[in-house]
Design a protein around this ligand. Structure first.
Ligand SMILES: O[C@H]1[C@H](O)[C@@H](O)[C@H](O)[C@@H](O)[C@H]1O
Ligand SMILES: [Fe+2]
Ligand SMILES: [Fe+2]
Length: 318
């Protein structure tokens, strides 16, 4: 599907500081010119902070903090209730997109009241996180406007907690995601609570590949239901012109067992492996831009409105 013009030169350097990126280009047969992420070391890039706004290291689910117990209780509920049946039901219902009609920006504004109970690193309203991520990535990738918009919208699916979107409980909306229908990898946060999930005892679902086959492609894998898959469906069904890598990033950005721990690689196909490179880039900004520093919404709004206009219809079905 993709034609590689130059050898990929991307590599992930987890612990590096002050890294920025340059790009080579990939040409898609669909006509979109897809850049290839390339890692360069420079002094101008986004530097990843050592600690979060609470003085702890990022994604430390065991550190004593004011958020620890609530986050653990969130994952307990999430791990007990995300089953194959539940995911299938949610996908069926939400792919109808019959709940609401609104623009992307209206949806961003709706997130100004939503605080994510699964997140040990942030207790700010979600609109802050969207803008912080987008502005951080924009500095390092000034020419990749599709990536700026991807960052702006990646968490919009969290509106599922809103009454007009079905008012789903947080365990069905936020938090890390993982495949259902096969064994839960040990690297998943608070893994022990899967013992209370009925699928854990189903022999069809509890082997390494479960109901899937080697290399089947993530497209064919059911992933726990939440804001990622929902926003992917919304973007795709409303005919976005964002490139495939953007849809992949939106759909799998919470799948930390894959993009951080390298689990479930046996389910990926070649296209997934290409797209994963952009997800690694994206994750750095998604995670480490979380802070108490606010973005001036009115100042940046015209820029993001122009991107929304470029890649989306003015009103979307949600
Ligand atoms: O708590 C967070 C939050 O819900 C994010 O939106 C999600 O993408 C992350 O995977 C998760 O760790
Ligand atoms: Fe997210
Ligand atoms: Fe995010």
């Amino acid at each position: 599907m993709t034609v590689i013009v130059e050898e990929p030169v991307f590599e992930v350097q987890e612990n590096s500081k002050n890294i920025s990126f340059d790009t080579n280009e990939l040409v898609l047969d669909a006509g979109f010119v897809m850049p290839e992420p390339k890692l360069l070391v420079s002094d101008n890039g986004f530097s990843t902070p050592e600690t979060n706004a609470f003085g702890k290291t990022f994604r430390d689910y065991d550190a004593e903090s004011e958020r620890k117990n609530a986050v653990e209780e969130f994952y307990k509920q999430n791990h007990i209730h995300q089953t194959v049946d539940f995911v299938k039901r949610m996908r069926e219902d939400y792919k109808k997109l019959d709940k609401v009609e609104m623009s992307i920006w209206e949806c961003c504004e709706l997130l100004n009241t939503v605080v994510d109970e699964s997140d040990p690193d942030l207790d700010e309203p979600q609109i802050e996180h969207l803008l912080q991520t987008a502005e951080a990535i924009r500095k390092d990738y000034p020419n990749e406007d599709w990536l700026h918009l991807t960052a702006l919208i990646h968490d919009l699916g969290k509106v599922l907690v809103h009454p007009s979107f079905g008012e789903l409980p947080q365990w069905a909306v936020v938090g890390d995601t993982f495949p259902v229908g096969c064994a839960y990898d040990e690297s998943i946060v608070h893994h022990k609570y899967f013992k209370e999930n009925p699928d854990h005892y189903n022999p069809a679902y509890n082997t390494k590949s479960g109901i899937y086959s080697q290399g089947c492609g993530l497209e064919n894998v059911l992933v726990s239901w939440g804001h990622d898959d929902y926003m992917y469906l919304v973007a795709k069904e409303n005919g976005t012109t964002l490139p495939p890598a953007a849809l992949f990033v939106i759909r799998f950005h919470s799948f930390y067992a894959l993009h951080k721990s390298g689990a479930y690689m046996h389910l990926l196909n070649d296209e997934d492996k290409e797209n994963l490179k952009w997800l690694h880039v994206f994750n750095k900004y998604d995670l480490y831009s979380k802070s108490k520093v606010r973005v001036d919404v009115e100042k940046v709004k015209p820029y993001y409105l122009s991107l929304i206009n470029k890649y989306f219809p003015s009103k979307l079905r949600w």
